[in-house]
Write a protein of this length. Structure first.
Length: 309
């Protein structure tokens, strides 16, 4: 497998991306016979790559086919970190990230790894506002976080000009905000979500897992355990879901920033009588490390279950 082109500046990125002239020279009829018209996909990361990121890369490659172009961005975005957060100590090791991509099993054509100065040469002046979704849950705990996320996502979409942008479903609120931005701003890109990748014991893969001590990692399993318990209680209604999940966290001594059962399109709390698909979201600090996780829950009010029996 050939190594990707590494671009550190906008000019180097432009040189690495297919130009309209190059695409015009491709025999599209030959590709159309196999359904593989060349397209471009982007996977946006902050580096510290792991198997969860590799799942995104594989999904990107599948989305555009063998003749398509896959771009991975590797940039720790200062706009989405608040005061006291881990921007300065966030892991940065491009060589390690390239080695991880090399073992990922899917070809990456371009890695865009700019500096903060390259991305914000005159300082971040104009930002995207995330609206109401950016003020609740993660947005309430981390004010301005989603404005920073959406600003860098929009900048990278403009720089890479992909047909498909691939994101992980672990950051469920972020994915919803990005989809809403793409819809509201008429962005010509498909937003593709990829399911959470977990270790064998259920812990969701995260770059921040590297901060956990052995004891903290064991305690961190309470997050996925709470989600599992909540999902298992879905047939007994929304309140039972919340109670079952909270019980697991309490038993482990983990005090969450939030544990909520929400509508997956609005992230608003669902009422006790709610029926249908929902998202169970949790965020908690284990030691000094803040982790998030979520799972889909099929909620059936107890009365509905009795009626169906």
């Amino acid at each position: 497998m050939t190594s990707p082109t590494v671009a550190r500046t906008r000019a180097e990125l432009d040189a690495a991306l297919w130009s309209p002239e190059e695409l015009a020279g491709i025999d599209l009829e030959a590709f159309e016979e196999t359904g593989e018209v060349p397209r471009r996909a982007v996977v946006m990361t902050m580096g510290a790559l792991h198997d969860g990121h590799l799942a995104l890369v594989r999904a990107a490659r599948e989305a555009v086919g063998p003749e398509g172009q896959v771009v991975v961005t590797d940039f720790v975005n200062p706009l989405q970190f608040g005061p006291g957060e881990d921007y300065e100590r966030y892991p940065r090791d491009l060589d390690s990230d390239l080695a991880t991509l090399a073992r990922g099993g899917a070809r990456v054509d371009v890695v865009f790894a700019p500096s903060a100065q390259e991305m914000y040469p005159t300082g971040p002046i104009v930002r995207v506002t995330s609206g109401p979704i950016g003020t609740v849950l993660e947005g309430a705990v981390r004010p301005g976080h989603f404005d920073g996320v959406l600003t860098v996502v929009l900048k990278l979409l403009n720089l890479v000009a992909p047909d498909v942008a691939v994101f992980g479903e672990k950051d469920a609120q972020q994915l919803l905000a990005i989809r809403r931005m793409a819809l509201d701003l008429e962005l010509p890109v498909e937003i593709l979500g990829v399911p959470i990748v977990r270790q064998a014991d259920g812990l969701a893969l995260s770059s921040r897992n590297a901060y956990l001590s052995d004891d903290e990692r064991t305690r961190a399993l309470a997050l996925s355990g709470a989600l599992h318990a909540g999902a298992e209680a879905g047939g007994n209604g929304a309140d039972a879901v919340r109670a079952a999940a909270n019980a697991v966290l309490e038993a482990a001594g983990v005090d969450p920033d939030y544990l909520v059962l929400v509508d997956p399109t609005t992230v608003e709390d669902v009422p006790a009588a709610y029926a249908g698909g929902a998202l169970l979201l949790v965020a908690a600090r284990v030691g000094t490390t803040r982790l998030i996780d979520n799972t889909a829950v099929d909620v059936v009010p107890p009365s509905a279950g009795v009626a169906q029996a």
